[in-house]
Write a protein that binds this ligand. Structure first.
Ligand SMILES: Nc1nc2c(ncn2[C@@H]2O[C@H](COP(=O)(O)OP(=O)(O)OP(=O)(O)O)[C@@H](O)[C@H]2O)c(=O)[nH]1
Ligand SMILES: [Mg+2]
Length: 443
């Protein structure tokens, strides 16, 4: 039996849960799915494997599917890593046509185990913790990063000043760092590490209204008694006891939170990165810059240039522009959506020269139809629509390239209810899942 490992990531709300739910749904109900693989490969016998999978963090595919079909709602937010294991068989017609057709059919049938790792993009901020086993090296890396990046250096400077206080205690140091992290979150800066400060691993994301109190309450570390913060070298030398404690706390966090994820990631054959382009246009240029930075940080981690400890088995990366059903069909036909995706992530080709990179457009659950005229779509809007009426609405055409600056108000895309059949045997209408599956799993 062949085995493949695939990791899926994207920042919050990029469509990861829907992507995976719909993909597994198509595989399970392959007879009803519009799912075509290259070389006429046919999938059969999809089954969920429960043995050998850690309980507690399993991707609850059936629960998501049932809930979607019954409630006709999108899956709920997920805030931590989820894993899933399944098996299926596949055979290609090429084999069938060969001389000893019956025999070759038997031999061309292959069994495949697929391990899926779904992780929030926010965890990428911990890549440096994965890369540096030494607390001192990690601290130096963090302060270099703050110094080198304009969006961080003001807060980095203030943190250094706070840490240079006499008789520094662990509580004061942790509090100063938590304040720094809150200021990064407020400025939408992605380097929030330890990432559990933002997503605590128990399903709780830090909400804006919790910001003030979080500087005093949310721990930067595994828990309130094991916090750590980057300490400049001079501070480590002046406070050896404190440095020793934080070194220990850093190690615990690294072992419990960071290594399990990054070890799995390094063992993956393919990585699928989901990017929600309509939301980047609606979010403005700063949001775009920050999202791009998260992805560049991941390349740094994978590229073995900056972080030499990684030796990853990754061979393929699929960049996926999600929610293609929310933009004008013209922009898909003309290739504008794909072109924006490539422009944003082109540096992957330089930073990861040995990796095969694929570019895809996708909608995991196609929920609109073309309207009567150009740039109009039909669907059931989510907001201000208590009767769930299907209406026609206008969407903004995509720009040909990412503009130097833009006002989010220039763009309009409409969130809609999912178009889902009550019959769970009918998987959602989709675009691109088959091509992505072909690239990341079958090839
Ligand atoms: N129109 C449309 N909307 C989608 C599609 N996929 C996801 N969405 C929308 O995007 C939202 C987020 O999708 P999820 O799959 O929950 O995204 P996620 O990346 O798992 O988000 P987190 O769990 O918060 O990290 C959904 O609630 C939908 O509103 C799609 O194919 N079409
Ligand atoms: Mg999710």
């Amino acid at each position: 039996m062949e085995k493949k490992k695939v990791a899926i990531t994207g920042i919050s709300n990029s469509g990861k849960t829907m992507f995976l739910t719909s993909l597994l749904w198509q595989l399970q109900e392959i007879g009803e799915a519009n799912f075509h693989l290259e070389k006429d490969i046919k999938i059969s016998g999809f089954r969920v494997i429960r043995s050998g999978v850690r309980r507690g963090d399993t991707f609850p595919f059936h629960r998501y599917r049932e809930k979607m079909a019954h409630e006709k709602r999108w899956p709920r937010k997920t805030t931590d890593i989820q894993r899933f294991r399944c098996r299926f068989d596949y055979s290609s017609k090429e084999g069938l046509r060969s001389v000893l057709s019956r025999l070759s059919q038997r031999f061309s049938r292959k069994s495949q185990q697929l391990d899926i790792l779904d992780f929030p993009g926010e965890r990428i901020a911990d890549a440096a913790i994965a890369a540096y086993s030494d607390f001192g090296q990690w601290s130096d890396y963090m302060f270099d990063y703050f110094d080198d990046n304009p969006g961080y250096n003001g807060a980095g400077f203030r943190l250094r000043q706070a840490l240079e206080a006499e008789n520094l205690e662990i509580d004061t140091a942790a509090r100063a760092y938590r304040e720094t992290l809150v200021s990064f979150i407020r400025d939408c800066k992605p380097l929030i590490s330890p990432s559990t400060f933002l997503l605590d691993g128990e399903g709780n994301t830090l909400a804006p209204e919790q910001m003030e109190s979080s500087a005093s309450e949310r721990p930067c570390g595994l828990d309130a008694d094991s916090q750590f913060a980057p300490l400049p070298e001079s501070v480590r030398e002046a406070n050896p006891k404190l440095a020793k404690k934080m070194r220990k706390h850093f190690k615990w966090y690294r072992k419990r939170v960071v290594q399990p994820l990054f070890d799995d990631l390094a063992k993956s054959d393919s990585l699928i990165i989901l990017i929600d382009i309509p939301s980047l246009l609606l979010g403005g240029v700063q949001r775009y810059n920050d999202n791009r930075q998260i992805i560049l940080d991941l390349f740094d981690a994978l590229g073995e240039k900056k972080f030499k400890v990684f030796s990853s088995s990754l061979k393929r990366i699929a960049f996926v522009a999600t929610k293609a059903d929310l933009i004008s069909p013209d922009d898909i036909e003309k290739g504008t959506l794909q072109s924006l995706l490539i422009q944003m992530n082109r540096r992957a080709e330089d930073l990861l020269p040995d990796m095969e990179i694929g570019w895809f457009e996708c909608s995991a659950c196609w929920s609109t139809s073309p309207g009567g005229s150009e740039n109009y779509l039909k669907g059931v809007p989510w907001q201000d629509n208590p009767e769930k009426k299907k209406i026609e609405f206008q969407v903004t055409p995509l720009p040909d390239g990412w503009p130097p600056d833009w006002n989010p108000e220039e763009y309009r895309f409409q969130e809609v209810f999912p178009d889902i059949s009550l019959n769970v045997q009918k998987p959602p209408k989709h675009k691109g899942l088959d091509r992505i599956f072909d690239f990341a799993v079958i090839r």
